[in-house]
Design a protein around this ligand. Structure first.
Ligand code: SAM
Length: 240
């Protein structure tokens, strides 16, 4: 119970859509207890903390001073400070030695960095032989309304919305010869929720019961949808 409590606390701080993204990245990263993981653009650190329960060591890096302070605090409260550490800084200026990590993850960050190709090149250098990079990025392909996309772009400072081709060629340019990419949050329910989030910050006000029913609804819709081509996010796994 004591061990579960911090996880619950962390999970309800993550929006239901983001937990679907987290589940998928964890599945694709195929984490094991010896893994040393980098989380690029870790924000306030919830995902890195959850990963810390599955791996040997996790390092999160983010530009945001406030985010990193919250992250460090949460790691301390959860008793995970030894396994999960956070650095405040620009990933473009980070100088981890080559081959430092055997898994690198990033949850919806590249689209906010105009030099995203440089980030992929750095990730390629920082991976140890046999390592893999697993990332999600904004695609918004199911949303066809330009005004809504512009609103989202402005609200969240988005530099680029990715499609499979652009992401694939950027991974190839960064030196990854093997990768797979697929969309997630493909259902009509995910699209509806995302539009509401752009226009109203709907999920900020979910209580625990609403959160659970929202997560279950999204999960079921995701499992049942036939659409394989378009999703709110793309998820990519690339190997050295
Ligand atoms: C949309 S948020 C995602 C945060 C977190 N990964 C999540 O999924 O909740 C994007 C994050 O990328 C960080 N970021 C943007 N540019 C960055 C850079 N050049 N170096 C490090 N972090 C960066 C921002 O500070 C922000 O926390």
């Amino acid at each position: 119970m004591v061990r579960l409590f911090p996880n619950r606390l962390i999970i309800i701080a993550i929006r239901p859509e983001k937990l679907i993204e987290f589940d998928e990245i964890v599945r694709m990263a195929d984490l094991n207890p010896d893994d040393i993981v980098l989380d690029i653009g870790c924000g306030s650190g919830q995902q890195a903390l959850l990963l810390g329960r599955k791996c040997k060591r996790v390092v999160g890096i983010d530009l945001s001073d406030g985010g990193i302070k919250k992250a460090k605090n949460m790691a301390r409260i959860s008793g995970l400070s030894e396994r999960v550490s956070y650095l405040q800084g620009n990933v473009l200026e980070a100088d981890f030695p080559n081959g430092s990590f055997n898994k690198i993850v990033s949850f919806c960050v590249l689209e906010h960095i105009p030099e995203w190709q440089e980030v992929l090149k750095k990730a390629h250098q920082w991976l140890a032989p046999g390592g893999s990079l697993v990332i999600s990025v904004d695609s918004l392909a199911p949303i066809k309304d330009e005004a809504l996309i512009n609103k989202h772009k402005e609200k969240y400072s988005v530099a680029i919305y990715f499609d499979t081709q652009t992401l694939g060629s950027s991974l190839r340019d960064a030196g990854f010869s093997r990768f797979d990419i697929h969309p997630i949050l493909r259902s009509a329910q995910a699209k509806k929720n995302f539009i509401e989030e752009i226009t109203t910050n709907r999920s900020d006000s979910l209580n625990l019961l609403q959160w659970i029913s929202e997560y279950n609804r999204l999960r079921e819709a995701e499992n049942e949808t036939d659409s394989k081509d378009e999703g709110i996010f793309l998820v990519a796994r690339a190997y050295l």
